[in-house]
Design a protein around this ligand. Structure first.
Ligand SMILES: [Zn+2]
Length: 92
């Protein structure tokens, strides 16, 4: 192994955002992570949303807006269809 070019391999304390900590070895003495084997959905089997910048929230808001718009459109269509059947023919 060539000297002077390799980083030092040391004990590393890993802190997860879920509160779990463990010790491993790395080239840094401390690591802070968002997910670990204690809280990652793959290991827990539970569904968890890992949201970045409110993207999930924004999607849900858009979905709700679209559903409301479709409902309004359907109501309008039904109303105009009822008018056509019941009322007199439109003059041009
Ligand atoms: Zn974790």
């Amino acid at each position: 192994m060539k000297t002077g070019i390799h980083p030092e391999y040391m004990l590393c304390n890993v802190h997860c955002s879920c509160g779990h900590t463990f010790v491993t070895r790395a080239t840094k003495p401390e690591l802070r992570v968002d997910l670990c084997s204690e809280c990652h959905p793959f290991y827990t089997g539970k569904q968890k949303l890992v949201d970045t910048g409110g993207r999930v929230e924004r999607f849900q808001r858009r979905q709700a807006a679209t559903a409301a718009a479709q409902k309004a459109h359907a109501a309008q269509k039904a109303a105009s269809a009822a008018k056509k059947v019941g009322g007199p023919a439109k003059k041009k």
